[in-house]
Design a binder for this molecule. Structure first.
Ligand SMILES: Nc1ncnc2c1ncn2[C@@H]1O[C@H](COP(=O)(O)OP(=O)(O)OP(=O)(O)O)[C@@H](O)[C@H]1O
Ligand SMILES: [Mg+2]
Length: 286
């Protein structure tokens, strides 16, 4: 165990908050850090570009890394520990134990990126075991990930409460993402179409549209009208089970999208019927 991990272990009598990240920090990450700082005595931010959640041919090698800049940002937020372990420490030679949340991990992002969530649930399990946080913070931008992590924590009885916070957006509506750094100026100008398309579907829902198929088409048509965008998927599903829904009712429903701009793949989502269960706010699963 690294010296940082050992120091964190000595804090176990205080309330610990963990914010797992892959670095290249932006306002989305910082919103999680701010909430962790508000709720916890000790704030740990992990910065680890996790190799096991990238597929072959994905952007692991090119993923933006700037630990110096990240450290400066986190220092401004009075973060207590930055946990940025080397890959060999997380995955020692002979590493062979993986954690999989079945079912939920196979759809949507999981279908487009086979093995992705197995990597995510494995690294999160390791981080939870090392840090032993009371609260662990994730963003609603990665809605499927949020559901999977909640399931993981419940099923394997991890002693932490998962807090999900709303998606932070640029003024243009574009969801903040480290991968936005890959976009050319033209692509960046085009990318807010994702949010606009989701907003249009939400509006149609408010006006009474209850067909999952037609809501999907509204989103797809608007995104495809942007020549720089290529839709990977648009999906309307039950916000808890992720099962595809065609006839919407008053249950919380999630519209999720993944869109390519050149080689850059961006995701976003919006929640329908979230009034009772406020969008993006964590419901504890301890
Ligand atoms: N715009 C955002 N608003 C709120 N939370 C976010 C946002 N973007 C990322 N997060 C959250 O930050 C945490 C770390 O995510 P990660 O480091 O993968 O950043 P990212 O911006 O999603 O990067 P990438 O786009 O490359 O996947 C996750 O819980 C993720 O949901
Ligand atoms: Mg991410």
């Amino acid at each position: 165990m690294s010296s940082v991990a050992r120091k964190i272990r000595r804090e176990q009598d205080r309330t610990i908050g963990l914010v797992p990240t892959m670095g290249a920090l932006h306002e989305g990450h910082l919103s999680l850090v701010r909430e962790a700082r508000r709720m916890c005595d000790v704030v740990v931010v992990s910065v680890f570009v996790n190799p096991t959640q990238f597929g072959p041919g994905e952007d692991f090698e090119h993923y933006p890394r700037d630990l110096t800049k990240d450290t400066a940002l986190l220092t401004d937020y009075n973060v207590d520990y930055i946990f940025a372990p080397p890959a060999e420490e997380v995955y020692p030679r002979g590493f062979s134990t993986y954690v999989t949340v079945e079912g939920l991990s196979d759809q949507l992002e999981g279908a487009s990126r086979p093995g992705h969530f197995r990597g995510v649930t494995t690294i999160v399990s390791i981080l939870l075991n090392v840090v032993r946080p009371d609260f662990t913070f994730f963003g609603q931008k990665d809605a499927q990930q949020a559901l999977i992590i909640k399931r993981l924590v419940r099923d394997l009885a991890f002693d932490t409460e998962i807090i999900i916070l709303p998606t932070v957006r640029e003024d243009s509506g574009l969801a903040m993402s480290s991968r936005n750094l890959y976009l050319s100026p033209e692509e960046r100008q085009a990318a807010p179409v994702i949010h606009h398309a989701l907003a249009k579907a939400k509006e149609a829902f408010k006006d009474g549209e209850r067909s999952g198929h037609r809501l999907t088409e509204i989103v797809r048509t608007m995104i495809e009208a942007e020549p720089r965008a290529r839709v990977d998927y648009v999906n309307v599903s039950d916000a808890e089970t992720l099962e595809k829904t065609d006839k919407l009712d008053d249950r919380p429903t999630l519209i999720t999208v993944a869109v390519f701009f050149g080689k850059t793949r961006l995701i976003d989502n919006t929640m329908l019927n979230s009034a009772k269960k406020k969008e993006g706010v964590g419901n504890g699963s301890r």
